[in-house]
Design a binder for this molecule. Structure first.
Ligand code: MSP
Length: 649
């Protein structure tokens, strides 16, 4: 069997739920994995949870649970979150699984038998927050200089790993393989760290009842980092499974910068050298999401969970959940940096990515093309245009974009690859502006209409393949609307004209309804949609009186109103809709409404909306409001007094 492309995320500590930071590493790996699958390569993508940390046991104690109950619960939250984000991992490893314990024991025994593990007395610093042993020179005023985490003095009888023996072999490997440690800043940091002198490090801790007992010595448990790194090997079935040979060495270990130098560029490769195993192809490190200049962390509450970000986007846009997940993926992939940090911003997600890139650029190309195709050709892909457009500029743009995406992925840069894929949509929009099929239609030039529409459709088909690794839902939705039934494959980007004439497309269904923001309103003067000379779009948004009758509108009286902790826009209201019990409604009106001033006011609500959850609270309806020129919600009140529950038509 041929070697698979094998990529790993760090395994995440289960002392907290997934957030934007952990999601970013996972989405980056997902993009790589999907890219290699798109290219037809066997691929193995591993993620999982790191469960034996002392901080995990501490968090369990705080939650009043046993460590096992606690890790079962949070590990499941990771599984669910990755499913929610459309992550395509092939395996999910948990370090509390029996399959992992046996591999850790095997590694321990092998290193012990070759003299790389020995017993010794440790007296020094340990940080539970970092799960790291620090030397005196790493510590200042009771904190680790590197991270600011508090440290405690520990005196323990431990097992040690002979790390110092691997400093020279590590430096030699790094020098011989310039792309082993990436980006350059991280490599330089790692080289400086190793050159400063590697000391042997403890790889066990006193057994406090949580962790993998050291083989043959149950007074000790294996140090969490020694245990955790081995997960990359466990999942391959090492040492006996035939799968192992097809997977190892891993091609990419992708990790955040805080766990790069000490662990993934030093300890883990040294452990592999001690085992006589080949080192991974690349250790790729990325920067952090910051919030207000500080590292984003769930414990600080300064960055959202992926679900929170998506819920907010959905509430603002009305788009499907999967589309909002893709918008989040788009932002995280495009804006995370390798060598630097990036500031998390919901506004950037909404304005730069959701609105500008996805609604106005990609979505606009899809919607306008399909609308015109339906208007001029009944939604059927024209015959004969494939050959005529094959040597034109649209075909050339598609070829160039595919090459740019491949080049960026070869350079291990999914963010730039996604940028190149989205630029193809931009080129498609410009092309259709130039081709102006609406003018050709007016002039009765049928062939020109066919060619312009076909060029745009093919551009979208190629774009859908290019987007597959990054925005999988969007790619599928575009293909569905185009009437393409095959699964996306890279080879399909290399031939122009694969969309057969006669294909029945679907009427345009906007994937990313535009979000109204102050900036978005100002941008409306920019001709991002069809130019003024385009034919009037047939009104596709008309509803019948029966449709309208389905909406139950009622007068309601506001009984209570309060702010929601951590939410700047949402208020929690209870309202009397003339029913037996009041309802709870969450409304995005906090920015320009003082809760106390709302009590007693009569408003209009949609009473038969399916309840939905926002920030963990259920909203049992929606209130009606106009939007003023500053983007503020202006509540609608009945003209004169009317009882709660009165129907509005
Ligand atoms: N359990 C260890 C890893 C062991 S791997 C053998 C660990 N876990 S963690 O839960 O703390 O996750 C760390 C990873 O989360 C980082 O490597 C990084 O990928 C990601 N991030 C956590 N916070 C982050 C940001 N604020 N920004 C970007 N990513 C960050 O360390």
């Amino acid at each position: 069997m041929s070697k698979s492309f094998y990529i790993t995320t760090p395994i995440y500590y289960v002392n907290g739920v997934p957030h934007i930071g952990t999601a970013t590493t996972t989405i980056l790996c997902d993009a790589f994995a999907r890219w290699h699958r798109l290219r037809g390569e066997p691929t193995f993508f591993l993620t999982g949870t790191d469960e034996h940390a002392q901080k995990v046991a501490d968090a369990a104690l705080k939650a009043g649970k046993t460590p096992q109950q606690f890790v079962d619960d949070i590990s499941q939250r990771f599984v669910e979150c990755w499913r929610f984000l459309d992550i395509s991992n092939d395996d999910f490893i948990r370090t509390s699984e029996p399959r992992h314990k046996v591999v850790v024991e095997e590694v321990f025994r092998r290193l012990q038998s070759r003299g790389d593990i020995y017993t010794g007395q440790y007296e020094g610093w340990y940080s539970v927050a970092d799960e790291t042993f620090y030397r005196n020179s790493d510590v200042e005023d009771g904190r680790a200089k590197e991270t600011g985490a508090t440290v405690e003095r520990v005196t323990e009888q431990n097992y040690y790993f002979r790390l110092s023996a691997y400093a020279d072999p590590l430096l030699a490997h790094i020098e011989a393989h310039p792309d082993f440690l990436l980006p350059d800043t991280r490599r330089n940091e790692a080289v400086a760290f190793i050159k400063a002198g590697l000391r042997d490090i403890p790889i066990s801790r006193r057994n406090t009842g949580w962790g993998i007992p050291a083989p043959g010595d149950s007074s000790q448990t294996v140090y969490v980092w020694f245990d955790a790194c081995i997960n990359y090997l466990t999942a391959t079935g090492w040492p006996d499974s035939p799968l192992w040979d097809t997977l190892w060495p891993a091609d990419i270990h992708l990790v955040g910068k805080e766990i790069y130098t000490r662990f993934h560029a030093t300890l883990w490769p040294a452990m592999l050298m001690a085992l006589g195993l080949p080192l991974p192809g690349h250790v790729l490190g990325h920067g952090w999401w910051l919030a207000g200049g500080e590292k984003g962390a769930k414990s600080k509450g300064n960055i959202p969970t992926p679900q929170e970000a998506v819920t907010e986007l959905q509430a603002r846009s009305g788009a499907a959940e999967a589309a909002c997940v893709d918008a989040l993926r788009c932002y995280l992939l495009r804006d995370i940096k390798w060598a630097a940090d990036a500031e998390w911003s919901l506004d950037t997600l909404i304005e730069t990515y959701y609105n500008a890139e996805l609604a106005n650029n990609l979505g606009n190309l899809l919607n306008r093309t399909l609308k015109m195709l339906w208007q001029y050709r009944g939604g059927i892909v024209p015959n004969g245009a494939a050959q005529r457009t094959a040597s034109g500029s649209a075909a050339q743009a598609a070829r160039e974009s595919a090459a740019e995406v491949a080049q960026a992925m070869d350079a291990l840069d999914p963010g730039s690859a996604l940028g190149a894929a989205l630029r193809l949509a931009d080129r498609g929009n410009k092309q259709i502006d130039t081709d102006a099929p609406w003018k050709a239609n007016k002039a009765g030039e049928s062939e020109r209409v066919d060619d312009a529409l076909y060029a745009a459709l093919e551009t979208l088909r190629v774009a859908s393949v290019l987007l597959t690794p990054f925005l999988p839902h969007t790619a599928r939705a575009i293909r569905e609307q185009l009437g393409v039934t095959e699964t996306a494959a890279w080879a399909d980007t290399q031939t122009w004209g694969l969309l057969p004439g006669g294909t029945q497309t679907q009427p345009a269904q906007p994937i990313f309804p535009r979000i109204e923001t102050t900036t978005a309103r100002q941008e409306k003067t920019i001709p991002v949609t069809e130019p003024a000379s385009a034919p009037p779009t047939p009104p596709t948004n008309l509803i019948t009186i029966d449709d309208f009758a389905k909406i139950e509108l009622k007068v309601a009286e506001i009984l209570t109103a309060e702010r929601i902790e951590g939410a700047t826009k949402l208020l929690k209201l209870t309202v009397n809709c003339g029913e037996d019990a009041p309802r709870q409604i969450l409304a995005g009106i906090a920015e320009n409404h003082e809760p106390s001033a709302l009590v007693g006011k009569k408003i209009v609500v949609v009473a038969n909306l399916q309840p939905r959850k926002m920030r963990g609270l259920e909203s049992q309806g929606m209130l009606l409001a106009a939007t003023d020129s500053d983007g503020h919600a202006i509540l609608l009140h009945p003209e004169s007094d009317v009882a709660p529950g009165a129907k509005v038509r």
